[in-house]
Design a protein around this ligand. Structure first.
Ligand code: FEO
Length: 390
């Protein structure tokens, strides 16, 4: 297997997980990659590794370039095992290598792998390290995605090795954005932000400030494609927008139905949002995966969630979605919920509680209907939408 030169003497040596379809619950329809990079300078530096089952692929790419025992430095930008899983094997082959990471990274690596005999160098944000002709600069980006997360900036090459930041779960044939269908790359970048980084918007804003002022002409994340040319500014601008939690004039309606009653309500909600001139995204959870549904929350101002009550509870498809949504904690939404019930409206009360936990604006009361909605009820739920958007 070959390495791919991304800048002079800097190589992509990662692995492609072509058939990955589930990344802890996130549906990864286009697979993923674990991007590791090798810098050949007076020091030989490996930045990040791959998940353990793909270690052979990393080693084959490294061996196409170097004698692995000669690696001087292994930089760990992030301890999560999709990037650190191969570190123990690399350290067996290069026992004299120094591991460079921050204090949380060191603790995380020791907690995961032991590593008592590893030689650590602990860095802080802003620290610089000369590796010969080049200087590396470290930017700690805690919670983007774990407390240990950081980025490595190769000063002389204007190259930001951004780890999870700016990633996409996408296994492309060619790792450069300029050679790919950009709509796919940016669609996957948005899906990645929504499913991985959504709870950490404030930290994303801080990270953007941390790299503000660096001259960057290439961003090489640890998943998916490498951004270059105009795509660098485009992805940074999109991160600024997504992290801001500023919704557009857009509504997401998410629901499931048992005997069609909640769907009748959902249809009325959709009709009224459209009537109000608001763009609608309409998702039935019988056919839509929750990790796809959450993507549209990034730029929607209004959320409407419908569930019938089943055995006093939220219908399991909707319960699964709202649990996932609560974890990702979108902010700054105006929301209401609706649904049918037989003798006790349990589902809408539980959904409303989740809206309140998230701090969303919930001035419109949950809208419940016993058994089957009639045409008057359709008018009533349309009024809920009008009040929500007023
Ligand atoms: Fe790609 Fe947080 O690991």
């Amino acid at each position: 297997m070959k390495a791919i030169e991304v800048k002079k003497d800097i190589y992509w040596v990662g692995a492609k997980d072509w058939n990955l379809r589930n990344f802890h619950g996130y549906k990864t329809s286009r697979g993923s990659t674990y991007n590791a990079y090798l810098i050949k300078d007076e020091k030989t530096v490996l930045v990040d590794t791959v998940k353990a089952p793909l270690t052979k692929e990393l080693i084959a790419r490294l061996e196409s370039l170097i004698d692995i025992s000669k690696i001087d430095i292994v930089i760990c930008n992030h301890v999560e095992m999709d990037h650190s899983g191969a570190i123990p094997e690399i350290m067996k082959k290069a026992p004299n290598a120094k591991i460079v990471t921050n204090a949380s990274g060191k603790k995380g690596l020791v907690d995961h792998f032991g590593g008592d005999d590893w030689d650590f160098e602990v860095i802080r944000t802003g620290d610089e390290m000369s590796i010969g002709r080049r200087t590396l600069k470290f930017v700690c980006t805690p919670m983007l995605h774990w407390p240990d997360s950081m980025m490595t900036y190769v000063v002389d090459d204007k190259l930001l090795l951004s780890n999870d930041g700016f990633g996409q779960h996408y296994a492309p044939g060619d790792i450069f954005t300029l050679n790919n269908q950009k709509d796919i790359v940016f669609e996957e970048a948005k899906k990645y932000f929504a499913n991985i980084l959504y709870p950490y918007c404030k930290q994303a804003e801080k990270a953007l400030k941390g790299i503000d002022g660096l001259e960057i002409d290439m961003i090489a994340p640890s998943h998916g494609c490498i951004f270059e040319g105009d795509d660098v500014k485009r992805i940074m601008d999109l991160y600024e927008k997504w992290a801001s939690n500023e919704g557009e004039n857009k509504a997401v309606i998410v629901y499931d139905t048992m005997w069609g009653s909640t769907e009748i309500l959902a249809e009325a909600v959709r009709a009224e949002f459209e009537n109000q001139g608001i763009e609608v995204v309409y998702r039935n959870l019988q056919v839509c995966h929750y990790s796809d549904v959450i993507v549209d929350f990034l730029d929607a101002k209004y959320i409407a969630i419908g569930s019938p009550t089943l055995n006093s509870n939220i219908l399991p498809t909707v319960a699964s979605f709202v649990t996932y949504m609560r974890g990702l904690a979108p902010q700054n939404k105006k929301a209401f919920c609706f649904g049918s019930y037989g003798w006790k409206p349990g589902a809408i009360k539980d959904i409303q509680k989740i809206f309140e936990e998230l701090g969303w604006e919930t001035s419109v009361e949950p809208f419940g209907v016993k058994y089957v909605p009639n045409s008057d009820i359709e008018d009533d739920i349309r009024e809920c939408v009008r009040r929500l958007v007023s």
